[in-house]
Write a protein that binds this ligand. Structure first.
Ligand code: SAM
Length: 464
């Protein structure tokens, strides 16, 4: 899109913003929309590797970097290996929130509006090998993208579901932290996605606010005693932001949370007076921060809130997912080398692993929601042979029993295009290909050729 073809800012939007920030600030804001947005990535600390980007740090997230120029991510094998996530810098502020509130690492978190998975991948990294994340997306096609991104992120601590917020009612009080990154009118995206300007209207802001209220009406009860609700949008107007704080404090018991800021970050703190006290919000304006428009607020559930702690059921009854029996467990444990800290399940003929301490939560959630993915899919047996999945290859779970083979950039791109490869690897068994020491997938030398096991549906089509 050239400067001439960028849609003009809607008049009502201009009025709304200049009355919010004053004419002088509005002019600076408007000028900032003419500048290109900066590309930024967040590193996957569980998959550290050597990267060639020229970058400067994002001030509020140690894993975040602004890139000096935007590369073709599709042509970087490390992108497909889940070494980093391309994420807008303002959103990375969630890391600073988690650290400031000392959010428990061994908690159960929910990301209710999760696709494509930027914030879910951040939460998954924060939880590491202690906690569990439920990443939910209501739109089925988008939940597939979420699933793919969480598989590539590879921490194995995430359940992906495809449900409407209304379906969460039986899970009230279950979570230690709930993130609602709500669908919104997208004013903060007017620079990065100029098309968003054409979809904006005052009526649409009202529609978005009504939808956000419906989502929060359910989400507001999902965090249990002492738990947190984080609400965010990529829009500036008060209807979709501060009004939601007012709504939440009227409908549910919440306490305010204030997040410490460094003055040179340029983030604007706002306060909202309610009967329960002063609540805080954080606005990211593109003329003040190196990031896109964003709003975020944090609220805390009082200590006497109802907390749901599911019991481990003797039997797990699910139409598709079964607990692996003793014999299956022994068989699979032998193949994958996982110990008793992992619970094993079978879905159709494929086996999945999940940390044992989250078993009862998973089974409870699976009895209520539509599960699209959970833990790590390891593989299946075919005529007595174990066939490992790509998911396991790119996960951080150990795969010590397989030889690995380091390949070049050109070879890695051929692999990701699912082309035939010529590699000097032993005949017979599975070989884990690595690029810059990070696993990118399986191959097998079957004598006259090398089979490429990269998932067909994920293969890249882009040339240079
Ligand atoms: N959190 C995501 C990330 O960081 O990658 C972005 C989420 S996006 C702002 C909002 C998401 O809410 C979209 O994926 C959209 O499909 C979903 N959504 C739309 N309508 C919804 C509804 N009524 N209830 C819950 N989620 C909804």
């Amino acid at each position: 899109m050239t400067q001439e073809t960028i849609p003009k800012l809607p008049e009502d939007f201009e009025q709304q913003m200049s009355s919010m920030m004053g004419d002088k600030n509005y002019l600076e804001f408007k000028n900032a929309l003419l500048k290109p947005s900066k590309s930024s990535i967040r590193l996957n600390s569980a998959k550290s590797c050597q990267m060639d980007f020229e970058a400067t740090p994002v001030p509020w997230n140690v894993e975040g970097y602004f890139l000096n120029k935007r590369p073709k991510f599709t042509l970087d094998p490390l992108f497909h290996a889940g070494a980093y996530y391309v994420q807008e810098a303002s959103s990375m502020f969630i890391q600073h929130i988690l650290e400031s509130i000392h959010a428990p690492k061994s908690g159960l978190y929910l990301d209710l509006c999760a696709a494509p998975g930027g914030k879910s991948s951040l939460l998954s990294s924060y939880l590491g090998d202690e906690g569990m994340l439920l990443a939910n997306e209501v739109i089925k096609a988008r939940s597939s993208i979420l699933r793919e991104n969480m598989i590539k992120w590879g921490l194995g601590n995430t359940l992906v579901t495809n449900n409407d917020p209304d379906h969460f009612e039986p899970l009230e009080g279950l979570f230690d932290l709930v993130l609602v990154d709500a669908p919104c009118s997208g004013e903060g995206m007017f620079r990065k996605d100029p098309q968003a300007r054409e979809e904006w209207s005052l009526e649409n802001v009202q529609l978005c606010a009504a939808r956000q209220q419906r989502i929060l009406d359910r989400a507001g009860a999902l965090a249990g005693e002492g738990g947190y609700l984080i609400y965010s949008t990529c829009t500036f107007n008060e209807n979709e932001n501060e009004n939601m704080i007012r709504f939440l404090t009227q409908e549910f018991a919440y306490e305010p949370v204030r997040i410490p800021l460094e003055a040179d970050w340029g983030i604007v703190e706002t306060s909202t007076e309610t009967e329960e006290g002063t609540f805080y919000g954080y606005r990211f304006f593109p003329h003040l921060v190196d990031g896109e428009g964003f709003f975020i607020t944090v609220l805390k559930r009082p200590e006497d809130t109802y907390f749901q702690n599911p019991k481990r059921q003797k039997e797990f009854k699910h139409p598709f997912i079964k607990r692996a029996n003793k014999q299956e467990r022994a068989h699979i444990a032998n193949e994958v080398g996982l110990d008793d800290n992992w619970a094993m399940y079978r879905l159709k003929d494929s086996y999945f692993a999940l940390k044992t301490e989250w078993e009862k939560h998973f089974e409870h959630i699976a009895s209520i929601l539509k599960i699209r993915y959970f833990g790590t899919e390891l593989g299946k047996f075919n005529k007595g042979q174990f066939i490992p999945t790509h998911d396991w290859a790119v996960s951080i779970l150990p795969k010590k029993q397989f030889p690995s083979f380091e390949i070049s950039l050109d070879e890695a791109l051929s692999y990701l295009r699912k082309e035939d490869l010529t590699l000097d690897i032993p005949e017979g068994g599975w070989v884990l290909l690595t690029y810059k020491k990070l696993p990118i997938g399986w191959v097998k030398n079957i004598g006259n050729r090398i089979n490429n096991y990269y998932p067909k549906e994920w293969r890249i089509r882009m040339r240079d």
